[in-house]
Design a binder for this molecule. Structure first.
Ligand code: C2O
Ligand code: CU
Length: 545
């Protein structure tokens, strides 16, 4: 196996967007950050040196980190943050991943600018399950905050109990694009040759909104998601949640010279404040009437579904099916050892119940899973578990909501409690986790991400999950395998996995304001019986708190 060595220096650098210059946190001064490239079967060693004034950790989103939670990254879950002036070496062993994954900071809101693509090519000597594209193009969907200091956003939101600041523009590869002031000339451009096929590696690195994405006059063939192959399907638009990545084939089969690629929000929370901008990039055909000035002859925008078009979202997502391949057969757990039902919700708490706050109506926003709003411990859970240090976390995370409840209710029938609670799973046990959305406040989609694993998405629907009827309609034949799944507005999603990766693994909403409010929980997966089924030992340079 080839070993790739990288140095990632965390440093602040000034960037100009939307006519203003501000300092942002970067890796090696780049925004978006450097693209990692490797083959399945390779290893990466990334030395992260913190030259900035903020704590940092990095997470390799979609990398399974088999037996190695020490390199997974979420602060206070698997490690203490790397403090200014310190460094830490992450090790990533690409055993099962293949396709587009990504990396991002996992401290506070640092991932807003500290993120990049992570491309995993097939094993050396093997090829894609689709015709080799002429060229591959990573497209990172991101965000820009014009004046606000991103690092101050979560602390401020928690102090006031109000909504965190919303971004001022979405971006494609760091650029707001053609429609924004001072942005036109820097619009990201994809140059193509007519008749050729391209692979777009699309990542949603946005903090708070799911996005619709489309290219005018071109259909898109989706071939993978979260670094896992799908049966190819063709569509006119994508709906991609924060945390997800999608590999899409683009056939350059049009005549005229340029078209817009565009993305904007899908927001199921009607009326809530969110960034309503549309980011664009240009698809430019090589050699076709290049004489036209782009300003005189701007490309047309693609059709994007309206903001709250939940049906367009469902219609798109329902098309995911695992690609059967001999190399990695579809193997859905059928006999279930552990059944979990997690009710996920955003709600309002009285300011006085908790701490003084100035949120709406004398209340503060909070998020919970089964009534528990996650609180970061003072040292990481992994260290506490490994070193048997008591008092850091409790093992009594509820496996079901405290009461039967109706998702249509305007209030949860139980109050939120704060805590650092985990569920402990036996090694190799089969798990079914049903994620149940609720309707407290304006309900929203929740893109739920599990670290250390991929899972099969066996079913989803609207309304309350029905333990008796819904499992009868599960897809146990070719359900998509994912690492970040959207739980529909007012609905549920059921996933299954085998707990065969020992360690401490975070499960959370990838909408950052929800995670900030506490929509996180943790699985501890016990060691197996043999040496090769046990967690690795902690590395010597593990940061301390
Ligand atoms: Cu993409 Cu816990 O993260
Ligand atoms: Cu959420």
């Amino acid at each position: 196996a080839k070993i790739h060595r990288h140095t990632f220096a965390i440093e602040t650098k000034a960037y100009t967007r939307l006519c203003d210059t501000k300092k942002i946190l970067t890796v090696n001064g780049e925004f978006p950050g450097p693209t990692l490239k490797a083959h399945r079967g390779d290893k990466l060693v990334v030395n992260v040196i913190n030259n900035a004034n903020y704590n940092i950790t990095l997470h390799w989103h979609g990398a399974r980190q088999i037996r190695n939670p020490w390199s997974d990254g979420p602060e206070y879950v698997t490690q203490c943050p790397i403090r200014p002036g310190e460094s830490y070496v992450y090790r990533i062993d690409l055993t099962v991943e293949e396709g587009t994954i990504w990396w991002h900071a996992h401290t506070q809101w640092a991932r807003a600018t500290v993120h990049g693509a992570f491309i995993v090519y097939p094993k050396r000597g093997s090829s894609y399950p689709f015709p080799k594209p002429h060229l591959e193009i990573p497209l990172i969907l991101g965000e820009w905050w014009a004046k606000k200091n991103i690092m101050g956003i979560p602390g401020n939101a928690n102090k006031t109990g109000g909504e965190p600041a919303i971004s001022d523009a979405y971006t494609i590869n760091g650029q707001p694009g053609y429609l924004y002031p001072c942005s036109k000339p820097d619009t990201f451009t994809v140059t193509v040759v007519r008749g050729r096929q391209y692979l777009l590696r699309i990542i949603n690195a946005v903090m708070d909104e799911e996005l619709f994405f489309a290219i005018a006059n071109h259909s898109l063939t989706v071939v993978a998601k979260d670094g896992l192959y799908l049966k190819p399907f063709t569509t006119n638009y994508l709906m991609i949640t924060p945390g997800q990545s999608m590999d899409v084939l683009l056939h350059a089969n049009q005549r005229s010279d340029r078209y817009f690629l565009a993305a904007r929000a899908y927001s199921s929370a009607f009326g809530a404040g969110f960034d309503k901008t549309t980011t664009t990039a240009i698809l430019q055909y090589k050699g076709v009437s290049l004489t036209d000035d782009v300003n005189q002859n701007p490309p047309v925008l693609p059709y994007l579904p309206p903001y709250n078009h939940t049906e367009a979202t469902t219609r798109f997502t329902k098309q995911f099916r695992s690609l059967l391949s001999g190399d990695r057969p579809v193997n859905v757990p059928v006999k279930i050892d552990t059944r979990l039902l997690y009710a996920i919700s955003v709600n309002l708490l009285n300011c006085s119940d908790d701490q003084p706050c100035t949120g709406p109506f004398g209340k503060r926003f909070s998020s919970s899973i089964n009534n528990i709003s996650f609180v970061n411990p003072s040292i990481d859970i992994l260290r506490a578990y490994y070193g048997r240090i008591g008092g850091v976390f409790q093992e009594d995370f509820p496996r079901n909501p405290p009461t039967e409840f109706n998702y249509t209710g305007e209030n949860l029938p139980f109050p939120t409690r704060f805590g650092t609670k985990v569920v402990v799973l036996d090694f190799n046990s089969s798990v079914e986790l049903v994620l149940q959305g609720t309707n407290v406040l304006a309900s929203d989609n929740h893109p739920i991400h599990l670290h250390g694993y991929s899972f099969y998405v066996v079913g989803s629907g609207f309304g309350n999950f029905d333990r008796r009827k819904d499992p009868l309609r599960y897809n146990l034949v070719d359900p998509p395998e994912e690492t970040t799944v959207g739980v529909p507005r007012n609905g549920w999603t059921a996933v299954r996995f085998i707990a065969n990766n020992p360690g401490v693994w975070l499960l959370h909403c990838h909408i950052e304001r929800h995670a900030t409010w506490g929509m996180n929980t943790v699985f501890i997966v016990k060691d197996g019986p043999t040496e090769s089924s046990r967690m690795l030992k902690p590395p010597p340079d593990l940061p301390s708190c």
